[in-house]
Design a protein around this ligand. Structure first.
Ligand code: AMP
Ligand code: MG
Length: 416
């Protein structure tokens, strides 16, 4: 049986970043740049004041102090967003607001706090004709230089960068209203099984709710994909064939089915997948999630997830999520992990890679601790809702002892 690592490497060979599309800047959040972005301008575009204060010539205020103030004639008042219409010449100053263009002649800004404006609001301030400078900041103090953030023609963000709000802000600062990012993958989702009842239908004798479709659709959305929900296909050749073809026609980049691929199943799903495409394997050496089909159907890579809801989630996490991230242009998909002190013994007698649901928390000493979430049956969906991480036990590791430090892959890294 193929190992988890080999299965993932094999599956990922069938995926590449999707083509680029230009989107509105905010819609690019979480997506990956498909090209280097070069700035057409300096940011800031002009030298400007970093403080509210007085634009002066450093030569004029040398040695100024509270005991030895320097009196300057105020020749103008300059707000942010306006171009100076006056010059700072010897013995003069311009009252200036944060972000306003540094007027010609000035090389330094003295904060209000170091002037008579702060000491005696009435004597000076807006509209006043003179100000006393009570300190001597170094030449260039409180001046932001043109291009100190970004230089014209500089590559500000490289192809492959995932865009967070900070990058979105940076792009806006150079006027990039649209950016080229990799297209979101379209993921077809098809549940299979005669026992399934749709969420809005009455639950009748012998039936269960179709939960996989919803968990899968949410996982696709969270990974950055767009889902094409095909509903439920019944366990017969006609219905399965029709719905698989519908997903292909809808332009899926990845096809995800659930159920019908384990050993005990009637072979209808398997027969239809074999008839509609070329399947490469049907099992992976893991627990939960041993039934896992992969192949190409109608030219589209298809992952046949197990039917059991927990298996489906773990298999999605292990194989579908990296495939979606690859199509989005990402090159890394490992979740963050923590080293946690295991609060109980964990065993692996399956001879397979075991994924154990755990809840990680932090104790009073700031150490992470991990507790299993109880019953690990692959149909116990509630137990994965109590988990925020997975403890992976490789096939050859039979036991982790209580108190042992183990690596936990964090599915969620919630706020504390
Ligand atoms: P199978 O792989 O078809 O043998 O299904 C394994 C288990 O998963 C069975 O108990 C199914 O009833 C259950 N199952 C299959 N599909 C779904 C689904 N869409 N939602 C919830 N449970 C499912
Ligand atoms: Mg079934």
């Amino acid at each position: 049986m193929i190992s988890v690592e080999d299965a993932r490497a094999y599956i990922l060979k069938h995926f590449a970043p999707l083509e680029a599309e230009r989107v509105d800047l905010v819609d690019a959040l979480g997506r990956v740049l498909a090209e280097d972005v070069v700035s057409p301008i300096n940011v800031p575009p002009h030298n400007n004041s970093a403080m509210d204060g007085y634009a002066v010539r450093a030569d004029d205020i040398r040695g100024a102090s509270a005991q030895n103030p320097v009196r300057l004639l105020v020749v103008a008042d300059l707000a942010a967003g306006y171009v100076p219409n006056a010059e700072v010449t010897q013995g003069t100053a311009i009252r200036i607001m944060t972000g306003a263009v540094l007027p010609p002649g000035a090389d330094t800004v003295v904060r209000f706090e170091e002037t008579s404006e702060a000491v005696n609001q009435k004597a000076t301030g807006k509209g006043s004709s003179a100000v006393e400078i009570l300190g001597a900041p170094a030449r260039g103090a409180n001046v932001r230089l043109a291009g100190e953030d970004i230089r014209k023609d500089q590559v500000i963000l490289e192809k492959g960068t995932t865009l967070r709000p900070s990058e979105i802000g940076l792009l806006a600062s150079i006027g990039a209203g649209h950016v080229a990012v990799h297209r979101r993958p379209r993921v077809a989702i098809l549940a299979t099984g005669d026992e399934l009842v749709a969420i809005d239908e009455p639950l009748t004798e012998g039936k269960i709710r179709n939960s996989n479709e919803y968990a899968n659709a949410a996982a696709v959305l969270k990974a950055g994909g767009v889902s094409i929900r095909l509903g439920i296909a019944r366990d017969n050749v006609e219905d399965l064939t029709r719905k698989i073809r519908a997903g292909i026609r809808a332009g899926a980049d990845l096809f995800i089915t659930s159920a019908g691929v384990s050993v005990g199943d009637y072979d209808i799903v398997k027969d239809v997948l074999n008839a509609e495409g070329e399947m490469h394997f049907w099992q992976v050496n893991m627990k939960p999630g041993k039934p896992l089909a992969f192949g190409i159907v109608g030219g589209v890579p298809l992952l046949g997830l197990p039917g059991n809801p927990v298996s489906a989630i773990v298999s999605f996490e292990t194989f579908a999520r990296p495939a979606i991230l690859t199509m989005l242009g990402k090159t890394k998909f490992a979740r963050p992990y923590v080293q946690a002190i295991l609060q109980e013994r964990a065993e692996n007698n399956a001879g397979r890679r075991n994924f154990i649901r755990v809840h990680v928390s932090r104790n009073g000493n700031g150490e992470y601790t991990a507790t299993t979430t109880g019953e690990q049956g692959s149909g116990i969906l509630s137990s994965i809702t109590r988990a925020n991480g997975l403890l992976e036990m490789p096939p050859d590791v039979l036991e982790y002892k209580r108190g042992e430090r183990v690596k936990i892959t964090m599915l969620d890294y919630p706020e504390e």
